[in-house]
Every structure is written in C-alpha cells, then in structure tokens.
Design a protein around this ligand. Structure first.
Ligand code: SAH
Ligand code: SF4
Length: 364
C-alpha cells in the first residue's frame, strides 16, 4: 500500500520519515514542497537527494481528491466538486470578497446530525473525510486560484463550514487545521481559520485545548424547544451547556468573540420576540451574529424570511449593541449557497429513493 503524504501534518510526516531512517528536516522539506509549492511529483523536489526521491516514489504518493467539476457563478463564487470514491462527492466553495478570499471546506460526506433545514443533513451520513481529502480541497483550490498580483495567495481565509460537522470528525479536522496554520504549509493565522459547529460541547472543549481557531456556532433558535426541533443535537447538549462551552472556548480563542450563525426561516424563528429572546440568551457571551437567509433545496419544508423581516430582526440585535451582519447569498445560481451543498452524485440517487418512499406513504 502506498502512503498518501497529504494525510500527515508536520509531526506525522516527521514520524513517517523517522520510520524510514530519515532526519526531521527531510519531513520539513517535503511538507514545503507539497503544501507551499503544490508539488505532487517527488522527482521535482530538487533539493532532496535522488536516492530518497526514488525511495519515496516507491512507497508514497501525494494524492488530493480529484476535481469532478469546477463551476463559476456570476458573482465570482466558484464551486468545486470532488470525488471521494464509493459514489460519494463533496463540495468546496470559494467566495471572493474585497478584502479576502474565503474557501469553505467540507469535512464529511453527508452529516449524521440531521438539522431540519440542511440539505447535507437530509443526505444522511456517509463517512468522515480523511485528512488528505480535507486538506486536499485547499490544495486543489490553491492550485486553481493561485496568487494575486502582489504575490499573495488568493485564498486568505478558510472556514470548515461546508458539508458535514467538523467536530464529529475531530481527529482528521484537527490535523488538517494544523496544516493550515503551519508556516511550512499554508501559514494562515488562527484568526483566519474558522470552525463552524452545530454545538458538540465536549469537542468544543477539546478544540480549545488542542487547536484553538476562530469559532462559529450554528445557533438558529433562542430556546431549547425550538432548537430541539431545528438542530436535534440540542437534545443532547442544550443551550445552557452550549453557552457555557462558548464561554470556556473564549478563554483560549484567538478572537475575543464567538460568531453565532442564525438561519432565517419564515415564520419559524424570525419574530421580534425571537430576537429579544436571543439577546437574553447570549447576554453573557461576547459575540457577533451572522444572519443567513435560508437557502431552499428540493423538498425543503421552509421558506426564506422576507428581506424586511431579516432587516428588522437585525435592527433589534444591533440596537442592543450586538454586531450583526446578514450573509449575502452567494453562488445560488450554481447551488453553492449555505446548506445547498449536497454532493450531487449521491444526492440524485437519494432523491429518487425518497420519491419512492413518498409514493408508498400516500394513504389509500
Ligand atoms: N455542521 C456545521 C458546519 C456546516 S453547515 C454547522 O452546522 O455549523 C454551515 C452553515 O450552513 C451552518 O450554520 C448551517 O446551519 C447553515 N445551513 C445549513 N443549511 C442551510 C440552508 N438551507 N440555508 C442556509 N444556511 C444553512
Ligand atoms: Fe450537519 Fe451542519 Fe447540516 Fe446540521 S447544519 S445537518 S450539523 S452540516
């Protein structure tokens, strides 16, 4: 079996090289070639002795997931679809903004947490992505997007906010995060790398201790009754515990606030009373709000809150002194908006299955 070197962070690669009787600086050299320079051919790693290059060719590979499609939206958003084998595909979205370029990376094929408004959740869980599949999305997107005229990488920020729950694939997500932060790899600051979680409380504590980066928490409801329904993991880790975990996270976080994501669902969680309840809930947590207009997908049971409703909801938060932004819906012409990511290959089969089930359930 050939070893995929994209599966290792610096420590893992050093251990791999030690196993081959090689010095740690060799691991550093190869890490740089792979991630800084995007090199996947050992033969081109010219400062490494020919004998070692030949050995690596015999025992190892540098293999990111293959790009199945690369679509560009009218607004500059770009969506990559990656084949991760076994009929599974995952999506990665690049979002250009004036002052940064953000890559939204997937961590699982599907997701087990089944939030009621999420297309990925509706697919069910297929499997965790490997480290090579997670970091390989950044590797491939960097290769496609390259550098700006000043010589800086176009991708300046990464969010683990694509398909899947990053903290439910904790080990692999953390190794990938370490590579993003490593100066010999992507060298991103902890403030420019964000993990988005639906609120896996014990894993939030582990992330704080093992690899603190910026944190976004998908809140979506101001009380347990509603959140139990929208984000079922709330039944296990209710809001009181989640707010306490946010507090603990901030003790070691690179940023001094948590971003709360809140999907705006028409008539479900978007009233003035909900906004006030939200302020009371989060009173003790330094935070910002990011309101996400709901993005519909085939068969979704909700509607997007009307724009004036979203504006009023935001105003209530802002008037209380909480920084609140409303996410621009980007890339919806290519199904790249939040919650629309579905990994088409599998999704098509599932939708057909669902249809069959629906027909059977029609009462006679
Ligand atoms: N599992 C993690 C990260 C991936 S989801 C999490 O839940 O945080 C990324 C964000 O997209 C989350 O805030 C999620 O709630 C939101 N989202 C999911 N489905 C959506 C939809 N249909 N419309 C808008 N946002 C959605
Ligand atoms: Fe999973 Fe996040 Fe979707 Fe919930 S919103 S089902 S946690 S990907």
């Amino acid at each position: 079996m050939l070893t995929n070197l994209l599966d290792f962070d610096a420590a893992g690669l050093t251990a791999f090289f030690a196993g081959q009787g090689e010095k740690p600086f060799r691991a550093r050299q190869v890490l740089r070639w792979m991630h800084r320079f995007g090199q996947d051919d050992f033969d081109a790693m010219t400062d490494i002795a020919r004998s070692l290059r030949e050995k690596l060719q015999a025992i190892a590979v540098v293999t990111p997931p293959a790009v199945v499609s690369d679509k560009r939206s009218g607004d500059g958003t770009r969506k990559f679809l990656f084949d991760v084998g076994g009929g599974n595909a995952v999506e990665t979205v690049f979002i250009p903004e004036d002052d940064r370029g953000t890559l939204c990376v997937s961590t699982q094929a599907g997701c087990a947490l089944d939030c009621s408004f999420c297309s990925t959740g509706k697919q069910g869980f297929n499997r965790n992505l490997t480290v090579a599949e997670i970091i390989g999305q950044l590797w491939q997107a960097n290769r496609a997007l390259g550098f700006d005229p000043r010589g800086d990488r176009i991708i300046s920020n990464v969010v683990l906010m694509g398909m899947g729950e990053p903290l439910a694939n904790f080990e692999n997500s953390v190794v990938a995060l370490r590579l993003m932060l490593d100066d010999n790899a992507y060298g991103l600051s902890r403030r420019r790398v964000t993990v988005s979680t639906s609120g896996l409380v014990p894993a939030m504590d582990r992330l704080r201790d093992e690899c603190p980066v910026a944190l976004a928490v998908s809140l979506h409801a101001p009380n347990d009754t509603l959140r139990d329904e929208l984000v079922p993991i709330n039944r296990k880790y209710p809001l009181r515990e989640l707010m306490a975990a946010c507090h603990r996270y901030l003790e070691k976080a690179p940023r001094d606030f948590v971003t709360f994501e809140y999907v705006m669902l028409d008539g479900v969680n978007d009233s003035d009373a909900h906004a006030r309840e939200l302020l009371a809930l989060t009173r003790d947590v330094p935070c910002k709000f990011n309101l996400i207009p709901f993005n519909p997908f085939p068969g979704s049971p909700y509607l997007r809150s009307p724009a004036p409703r979203i504006r009023r909801f935001a105003e209530i938060l802002i008037e209380a002194g909480v920084v609140t932004t409303t996410r621009k819906t980007r890339g919806d012409d290519i199904d790249a908006a939040c919650g629309q990511l579905a990994g088409q290959v599998l999704d098509r089969t599932r939708r057909t299955e669902n249809r069959v089930i629906e027909i059977r359930e029609i009462p006679s």
